[in-house]
Design a protein around this ligand. Structure first.
Ligand code: HEM
Length: 182
């Protein structure tokens, strides 16, 4: 098809990310805003990660990734997932789109789209999008509650939204690849 990319963006992750940053105008002012307002998010890391996984546990479609065979929450797995999410959050706040970081994001994508372990299979992509929506909402509420003024909260929400959706674009890349053969 004419619109098909000639190669997978994984071959040039920095090119992929830079093109999108330019497209959405994620500029130096946004980067400075994100770094300046990061403490508002990071001081709530525990609350954010806990709330997200509690939310996942409320819905069968997402809870199934975090349950034991007897249907009870797998606390060990949940603790590992919260830890990984916390790392992602801290690194996101730095906005360092280095070679290593963009390939780390691609690896995170693959661990959802091409899960090698667990009977549940891949995480459905619509829940990746939905999870980012939840993150955006939670962050905007925190900025509204804790930024020094309304303008700062507004700019913080705009800048973080651009960044989170850029991440989401990378997190969806794994789904472009054909499924792993059994
Ligand atoms: C905002 C969206 C999300 C982010 C930023 C995120 C972040 C992460 C990170 C950083 C890891 C660790 C990856 C690794 O170490 O390779 C991970 C793993 C995992 N995540 Fe997510 N996640 C998101 C959405 C979801 C959703 C919606 C689900 C399912 C409902 C989910 C289920 C999992 C599972 C099951 C693993 C373990 C994968 C494996 O078996 O290795 N994640 N996630």
């Amino acid at each position: 098809m004419a619109n098909e990319p000639r190669y997978h963006p994984g071959a040039d992750m920095q090119g992929f990310v830079n093109e999108l940053m330019e497209f959405v105008d994620l500029n130096e002012t946004d980067v400075a805003t994100i770094r300046r307002t990061a403490p508002v998010i990071l001081r709530h890391e525990q609350d954010i990660t806990t709330a997200l996984y509690e939310h996942f546990l409320k819905f069968p479609a997402t809870a199934r990734f975090f349950l034991r065979e007897d249907g009870t929450p797998d606390e060990q797995r949940l603790a590992r997932r919260k830890h990984s999410l916390g790392r992602w959050l801290r690194e996101t706040a730095e906005v360092a789109m280095t070679h290593d970081f963009v390939y780390y994001l691609l690896a995170v994508s693959l661990s959802h789209s091409h899960r090698a372990v667990g009977p549940e299979g891949k995480v459905p992509p619509q829940f990746m999008v939905a999870a980012m929506s939840i993150a955006q909402t939670a962050f905007a509420r925190l900025f509204e509650a804790e930024c020094t003024d309304v303008q700062e909260a507004f700019e913080a929400s705009l800048a973080w939204n651009k960044l989170l959706l850029l991440h989401l674009n990378v997190l969806l890349l794994g789904y472009w690849l054909p499924p792993r053969r059994a």
